[in-house]
Design a protein around this ligand. Structure first.
Ligand code: CUK
Ligand code: CUA
Length: 654
């Protein structure tokens, strides 16, 4: 373990550190603590590299997928302190998400075929880009299980949009922004019919399809524009991870695939029902497609067919327009990662010990000269693997994903089976260093490590297993994110962080100074739309209105509207009396201007909850279908009179 740390340096450094601190502290305090806690000098140096004194800030902010929780986890680097869970695909009561009217609308945008879905399987968060660099404005993340993309506004870290994929039945290869956030690439995973009908598995080759959905993104308003989005149809290979070209390869997209055998377990009599059928071929296919050209094609009706109201560019159209090609790649690949300048494309195959580095200028030349080695069964031209490759390098067992540093040619790759991070050079194809991680690493996260401008300094290992690294909290363990210092010649593992919220497949890190979130809303804002809320209520405007079905004020109406305000330490009004069966809508405005003065609201027994940030107006709605007396109160401890911030809802049988 100490092989990565130059012993002599560490001893000298350590001794100096101990001596310095000891003299500053006026005698041996540090040594005493080290002895009591059993810390080595290396431990103390590593601790000092990650410690934030109280009130201190981190240099980078990480957005991690929350896996099966359907959420996003935010934490700081190097301190590895969790700052926030962002509610995305799953109701999150403490934020009011799914428990107030406006957030429920966002959640329900994610309905699939009219069905409510209350969770997600998030894999790949992506930050919006300008010139291939993060601009700190928007975050997108995919749901693999119920193929959807969510957009999070980094001005308030709230989910503002969910769109469901109209043709895919699962999607793994998203979200990946194009270099100026024009589009979001989102590749399918398990091939399935694009329509919603039953097609027997025997028709796999004819009726099942894969593809990449190219979502149009308006980066001014931070919204996916569904009518300008489209899908490029691909063969029923299982598409996997994608990356967008940048720099010299801008305008192109790259998507891996596995199961080019099109094995289904049923078609090929005699094949055992296991994954062996999916990895018989020596190679699978890297899909290379020109999204810029495809986007132009999609604008003309004659190039698309409409399936479930969504535009699909058929394979033939993409091929005829020289917009879709295949290159063989080592079998069962996982990550495909484009270098900062866009020239090198590194593919790692789970079942191959090598990383394969493709060179864009070579691929471009083959495309230009129409030098194909053949076509696949769907007529897509195949480019020669050897002629597209810059080279291959043996890294170890189970290479998965890659990240870059600012050092020319330097790349970091996760080795799933070997449980290691390997540092190597994709230009010289030389392995430089390996570091053990704990255990079975999936993705790894560099600081802006997949952009045109990687920041270096740290790599985070996103490990699948923690096993013995933390206090046992039962058979279901937390995940383990490990922070690695990459500023030296060799890597140095600094610290472990347990992550107790689903499997964090991928994470992205941005310089903290690029984020500019608001501390309060303009008074009366609906945080989900950014616009003024219809229920905005200022001090003195509090009232209760009874209206009829036409919306007219009517003492006999069944709809009760409460315009309320929240300010330390009163909810106004403090008494609300309604009739049993009334439809109750409550608008709540937090009048506070002070930073962090959030109030919460619930009425006992009605399954509603709102979190009201300063300036925010939120809305809850329920049928008062049970008679009784129901206390309501503020759920945030907001002042010394927090417990007094309450009132009564009286429901009487008229
Ligand atoms: S990931 Cu989604 S299977 Cu390697 Cu990008 Cu974990
Ligand atoms: Cu407001 Cu407690």
């Amino acid at each position: 373990m100490t092989k990565h740390f130059n012993k002599l340096t560490s001893l000298v450094l350590g001794t100096t550190l101990v001596a310095t601190v000891a003299s500053a502290a006026g005698g041996g305090e540090l040594e005493k603590v080290m002895k009591a806690r059993g810390l080595t000098e290396n431990d103390v140096i590593r601790a000092a590299k990650t410690y934030n004194p109280t009130g201190g800030r981190d240099e980078f902010i990480v957005f991690s997928s929350g896996g099966q929780s359907g959420q996003v986890i935010v934490y700081g680097v190097p301190s590895m302190r969790i700052l926030k869970y962002i509610a995305v695909f799953t109701p999150e009561p403490w934020q009011g998400y799914g428990y107030d009217v406006d957030s429920l609308k966002i959640l329900r945008q994610g309905n699939i075929r009219g069905r409510e879905i209350n969770w997600g399987d998030t894999h790949h968060p992506a930050l919006s880009e300008k010139d291939g660099k993060y601009d700190g404005r928007w975050l997108a993340i995919n749901d693999k299980a119920n193929p959807r993309i969510a957009i999070i506004d980094l001005h308030d870290f709230e989910t503002k949009q969910i769109v469901s994929n109209k043709v895919f039945k699962s999607a793994h290869g998203g979200a990946f922004f194009t270099p100026n956030s024009e589009y979001i690439l989102d590749a399918a995973q398990y091939a399935a019919p694009f329509d919603n009908n039953y097609h027997p598995i025997e028709e796999y080759k004819e009726s099942y399809r894969g593809g990449v959905t190219i979502w149009k993104f308006d980066d001014k308003i931070g919204k996916i524009i569904e009518k300008d989005s489209f899908t490029v149809e691909m063969p029923p290979y299982m598409q996997d991870l994608s990356d967008s070209g940048k720099g010299v390869s801008n305008g192109w997209g790259f998507t891996n695939s596995f199961n080019t055998e099109m094995y289904t377990g049923g078609i090929e009599v005699g094949m055992p029902p296991n994954e062996a059928g999916m990895s018989r071929n020596d190679t699978d296919f890297l899909h290379v497609y020109n999204w810029e050209k495809l986007a132009k094609l999609a604008k003309d009706k004659k190039n698309v067919k409409i399936i479930n109201g969504h535009k699909v560019i058929p394979i033939e159209v993409a091929v005829k327009n020289d917009a879709l090609f295949l290159i063989p790649e080592p079998k069962s690949p996982h990550g495909v990662d484009v270098s900062p300048d866009g020239e090198y494309i590194t593919v790692c195959g789970k079942l191959d010990t090598h990383a394969s580095v493709y060179k864009w200028s070579k691929i471009k030349e083959l495309i230009k000269s129409k030098k194909y080695t053949g076509k696949d069964p769907y007529g897509i031209p195949i480019l020669d693997m050897k002629s597209s490759l810059h080279g291959q390098v043996e890294l170890g067992l189970g290479p998965l994903h890659n990240q870059y540093s600012p050092v020319d040619g330097e790349i970091y790759t996760s080795l799933y089976v070997d449980s290691q991070v390997v540092k190597w050079n994709y230009k010289t194809l030389k392995v430089l260093d390996k570091e053990n991680v704990h255990y079975n690493i999936g993705h790894l996260c560099g600081m802006e490590g997949k952009t045109a401008d990687p920041q270096g300094k740290y790599i985070i290992a996103l490990n699948k297993l923690a096993i013995d690294r933390f206090q046992n909290v039962g058979p279901l363990h937390p995940q383990n994110h490990q922070l690695i210092d990459i500023s030296g010649k060799t890597m140095d593992l600094l610290v472990d962080m347990p992550l107790p919220l689903g499997e964090p497949h991928q994470a992205v890190a941005i310089r903290a100074e690029k984020l500019h979130p608001h501390v309060r809303y303009k008074m009366g804002t609906n945080s989900k739309t950014g616009k003024e809320h219809v229920g905005k209520t200022l001090a003195g405007q509090e009232r209760i209105e009874r209206r009829n079905a036409k919306g007219k004020i009517d003492p006999k109406g069944k709809n009760v509207f409460i315009y309320s305000t929240f300010v330390r330490s009163h909810i106004n009004p403090e008494r609300i009396t309604v009739n049993k069966g009334d439809n109750v809508t409550m608008y709540m405005t937090n009048l506070e201007r002070a930073q962090d003065e959030t109030h919460g609201f619930t009425v006992d027994n009605f399954n509603v909850h709102a979190s009201l940030e300063p300036g925010e107006t939120a809305e809850i709605n329920f049928i008062a279908d049970i008679e009784g007396v129901f206390p309501y109160y503020c759920t945030e401890f907001c002042s010394a009179l927090h417990l007094e911030m309450m009132g009564y809802l009286m429901v009487k049988d008229p």
